[in-house]
Design a protein. Structure first.
Length: 286
């Protein structure tokens, strides 16, 4: 068992951070080979799954085990389902008097025709509740993707500011009120932003505390895409990761950057596996 990972393990974060290596500005996005370029169908795990790893046992965890706080499941999931993309959501109130900007890592794209995105808001106060309130009231928002060049500013918007306080001012980021289909602002510093309209939402009740709402999941339809010109290809269908430099969420207060990738072609069952006959030859005897 490892006791290293905690939500916020540093009593004096700045002191801990001061002892760490500087941000490597020379690190750029690149492609590498896979772990096992000579891997063949039926080979199973690669060499990283060594004898020491094979000898390790697994622990079964019941999420509803008696006495297990729901918060334990939260910590476990955000440290295991990684890296997670971050929806940097911009909203405004129905009367237009207040605006909100907050990051959410319960987020992903789930369809392309129509473009659909899912964002989940855990029940609670602060920016979570404010963003959700605005989305349900106005039926719209802007999803911005967080890049390296404004990660500190983006993180600052997770502050537990009261409703009506502007995270834009806290972060120093620039609201761009030039969207075509929504009234909320996009983040001007973002390389990629998505105007979105509310498709539907669903509330979920807590199983740890029956009768109490635990979360609200919203499905949003993308209505406009905004991509910085130097990140977009000629056909306007690809975004360059070297320009986007996306940041992801790991467990606790940890973020991850993307600097290295591998490519693995998707195999064809008939051509590459050999169809049913080829599959028979791969079956392992037990």
């Amino acid at each position: 068992m490892s006791d290293k990972m905690q939500r916020n393990p540093h009593p004096d974060f700045k002191e801990v951070e001061a002892g760490r290596a500087e941000w490597d500005v020379s690190s750029s996005f690149r492609y590498s080979k896979t772990v096992s370029p000579e891997w063949k169908f039926g080979d199973g795990a690669n060499s990283l799954y060594d004898e020491a790893a094979k000898a390790k046992k697994h622990v079964a965890i019941d999420p509803y085990e008696e006495g297990r706080p729901a918060g334990f499941n939260y910590k476990l999931l955000i440290s295991g389902v990684v890296p997670r993309p971050i929806a940097f959501v911009s909203t405004r109130s129905a009367d237009g008097k207040t605006t909100n900007l907050a990051p959410f890592s319960y987020f992903n794209v789930v369809n392309h025709d129509p473009p659909l995105f899912v964002v989940s808001f855990s029940a609670g106060g602060g920016s979570d509740k404010d963003s959700l309130r605005n989305i349900l009231d106005t039926k719209e928002c802007v999803i911005n993707i967080i890049s390296e060049h404004f990660i500190e500013a983006a993180n600052s918007t997770s502050v537990n500011a009261p409703y009506g306080s502007s995270e834009w001012e806290v972060s120093g980021l620039t609201p761009a009120y030039d969207c075509h289909t929504v009234k909320a602002a996009r983040v001007k510093e973002a390389v990629f932003s998505i105007e979105a309209k509310l498709d539907h939402h669903k509330d979920y009740e807590s199983k740890a505390n029956p009768g109490k709402k635990a979360s609200t999941v919203v499905t949003l339809e993308g209505t406009r895409f905004w991509v910085r010109e130097d990140a977009l290809n000629q056909d306007k269908n690809l975004i360059d990761p070297e320009v986007l430099k996306p940041m992801s969420r790991l467990g606790g207060i940890t973020y991850g950057r993307v600097t290295e990738a591998i490519e693995i072609p998707r195999p064809d069952f008939e051509k590459d596996v050999g169809g049913q006959e080829g599959l028979k030859g791969l079956k392992k005897t037990t």
